[in-house]
Design a protein around this ligand. Structure first.
Ligand code: GCV
Length: 681
């Protein structure tokens, strides 16, 4: 399959700028490759294919590097082409660091590992897609984060939990797909943005998927691991904590039970027999009905360490999710606060986990809302490896129908200063492992792809996948830079498209927030599906996701004096910032406080007027998005144009429904009229 929509940001369109094209054609004629590891072969293939489609010329192979215009490969053999300074700088970088150098008309790409060479090749190709000059190129790059992971929430029956782009590319009707071309293409896209780890099944591991770690499935999973390996990506599996019972009918899965421990030891040995560089397990335990150590009165450290020990001889990791909370809450009970749960469960266990365990913590204490505080657990365990979890899949942010470019949100989270070790203790530094010197750390995210021809349902949602990879490689890139890179590579180098689409993407998170749940309160979505408004949909449910609106006010009191005390989980001065209603930032006010409708925000509006204004505005902004997109009709191919146009139409209906339901709801609750007298029902 190859079409513009399928090719995402690796379009490799013919270069239109003639000066640029001539310059490239002259420079990129012959190739010398050193090394034959699968990743190096992928790099060579990518380079030759891309140059052919961009420049219309086949690059020829050379067996000696002196006569080649491009040289790629391991540093040892090609070091004679580099200066001592180049070599020293490369040696200072981490295992995935690479260099791309132009020296007397020759391009040299090398790195500290085979995967690094592939990243270097993609750097060159990105520069070419962006039509940049290659003369005097002297790039030295290394990723800021060690783990750059994607989690697939794919099920064996072909469905994808929270998937908005068709069915799974991995599984179909209860089987692993035979034709793995699409998996290979996915690996290509991921490697082009530096992803280096993937888990390929849902963290909710159902009955049949429990058998993935048995010989029933391992031979085929090995094939998938081989595919990803050739792109520098390590394979992980999600497991069922009660596997010894499910798979082998044992009477217990108690992590302190010797026969359970032996069972896992044997199981892990078996996996490594098939996949010698297997990454490890992702575990969702004692969370939303999934089994875990609590059944046996054991804690999460007991559970994780049992697996970690069995992984030790092989270098495998246990990625243990912290999304643990009471999902059977009584709405009448105001003392239980879901936001507190991860910290309350895990913080006391700091230092108890083995060094090959990494805790995976959702970016917010609730669940991937359009806006919520940053999880106070991140950074709060100096002696335990941690990584943050984002959601590229737009579960609560428009489900890839509504436009919501998530880079500004992720940037804000990464830049958040926890002050855990004084000023500058940002989330970005914590997950990069520079604050607490974690052995392993990084970033994971729920993927947003499926088998739709364009991978992501909404073509514009490709920007979130691209941006996720780019941002976690280099958190200093701005959301705008990333958007521009993506636009040019995806739609070509046209000023009008870059300007208009850039603006659409960058404002889209704010627009989505404007017409959905206000001021950080979250939810208000249709239960189960999580799309579209249902303001009280979760208000009297067991999930712990309440807004507490009554005739006088709205919001969740999480203060230490009168509320749940969640604010105390933050270090100072954040604790005080959030706890004090007069200091709390507007956008999070209802996440931390219950306030009257006539309470005045820092923006000088009352809460109620702010709700009305943002909801009317959000809808108008969607109308404007439609106009903007329509203005690009002649500049974008029909298929992709129509795809987005159609989604924007649906977004408009959604925004209208949100606007009217929210405004009407709060008008009826508060009895306060809109100052501008607009239509409220
Ligand atoms: C995989 C939310 C989602 C669930 C998901 C869960 C999780 O609750 O709605 O579908 O389950 O998060 O992250 O484990």
């Amino acid at each position: 399959m190859s079409s513009k929509k399928y090719n995402m940001w690796l379009q490799y369109q013919p270069i239109l700028n003639t000066t640029c094209k001539k310059h490239y054609q002259k420079m990129l004629t012959t190739l010398y490759v050193n090394g034959n590891a699968p990743t190096i072969q992928s790099a060579e293939q990518e380079l030759t294919d891309a140059i052919f489609t961009m420049l219309g010329q086949r690059i020829t192979s050379k067996s000696d590097m002196d006569h080649a215009t491009i040289v790629i490969g391991n540093i040892e053999e090609i070091s004679s082409l580099l200066s001592n300074d180049h070599i020293a700088r490369l040696a200072e970088m981490n295992e995935e660091g690479y260099l791309v150098i132009e020296n007397q008309g020759k391009i040299i790409i090398s790195g500290n590992s085979d995967a690094a060479v592939l990243y270097g090749v993609h750097h060159l190709l990105r520069n070419m897609q962006l039509e940049q000059d290659l003369i005097s190129l002297a790039v030295f790059e290394q990723p800021k984060n060690q783990f750059r992971m994607l989690n697939q929430w794919d099920n064996l029956n072909g469905s994808v939990e929270r998937g908005y782009s068709g069915k799974s590319i991995f599984y179909q009707n209860g089987k692993i797909v035979k034709d793995k071309t699409r998996i290979k293409d996915y690996a290509r896209y991921l490697s082009s943005v530096g992803i280096n780890a993937i888990s390929i099944n849902n963290v909710n591991v159902w009955e049949e998927e429990s058998y993935f770690i048995t010989k029933k499935y391992l031979p085929e999973i090995r094939e998938i691991a081989d595919i990803f390996r050739a792109y520098g990506i390590t394979l992980y599996l999600s497991i069922n904590f009660a596997s010894p019972m499910t798979i082998d009918g044992m009477s217990t899965a108690d992590p302190l039970n010797q026969s359970v421990q032996n069972w896992w030891k044997d199981k892990i040995a078996e996996i490594y027999h098939y996949i010698p560089d297997f990454g490890g397990f992702i575990v969702k335990a004692d969370s939303e009905n999934r089994p875990g150590p609590f059944t046996y009165n054991r804690d999460h450290a007991d559970g994780a360490n049992m697996l970690a020990k069995a992984f030790e001889p092989y270098g495998g990791k246990v990625i243990w999710r912290c999304f643990v909370y009471n999902h059977l809450q009584d709405w009448r009970d105001r003392t239980t606060d879901r936001a507190r749960a991860a910290y309350d469960h895990f913080k006391p266990l700091d230092g108890k986990f083995h060094e090959n365990v990494i805790l995976q913590i959702k970016n917010g204490p609730m669940d991937f809302q359009v806006r919520e505080g940053v999880s106070p657990l991140i950074g709060a365990m100096p002696n335990t490896n941690q990584m943050i979890e984002f959601q590229v899949a737009q579960e609560y942010t428009g489900q890839q129908i509504d436009l919501c470019y998530l880079l500004p949100q992720w940037k804000q989270i990464l830049q958040f200063d926890t002050y855990i070790k004084g000023a500058g203790t940002t989330i970005a530094e914590i997950v990069a492992g520079t604050i607490h010197t974690y052995k392993y750390s990084g970033i994971a995210a729920v993927s947003n792809i499926g088998d739709d021809e364009n991978w992501t349902g909404n073509t514009l949602a490709q920007a979130n996948l691209y941006g996720y990879g780019r941002l976690i490689w280099n958190p200093d890139l701005s959301a705008e830079e990333i958007a521009q890179e993506w636009i040019v590579q995806t739609f070509g180098n046209k000023k009008e498209v870059s300007n208009t689409l850039g603006e659409m993407l960058l404002n889209s998170w704010e627009i989505y927030e404007n017409y959905t749940a206000p001021l950080g309160v979250g939810w208000m979505v249709t239960p189960g599906v999580h799309y579209g408004p249902n303001i009280d949909g979760y208000e009297y449910s067991k999930w712990g996701t309440y807004h507490f609106a009554d005739r006088d006010g709205v919001g969740v009191d999480r203060t230490k004096e009168t509320g749940t005390g969640f604010t105390t989980q933050y270090a100072e001065p954040n604790q005080n910032l959030y706890n004090d209603v007069s200091k709390c930032p507007d956008e999070l006010l209802l996440f931390f406080h219950h306030v009257p409708y006539k309470y005045t925000l820092k923006n000088s509006k009352t809460i109620i007027q702010h709700i009305y204004d943002t909801h009317f505005k959000g809808f108008e902004q969607v109308e404007d998005l439609i106009k903007k997109w329509d203005s690009l009709a002649d500049l974008i191919d029909e298929e992709r144009f129509k795809n987005v146009q159609n989604r924007l139409k649906q977004q408009k209906n959604n925004a209208r429904e949100w606007r009217d339901q929210i405004n009407t709801y709060f008008y009826r609750k508060s009895g306060v009229a809109d100052k501008q007298n607009r239509a409220i029902y």
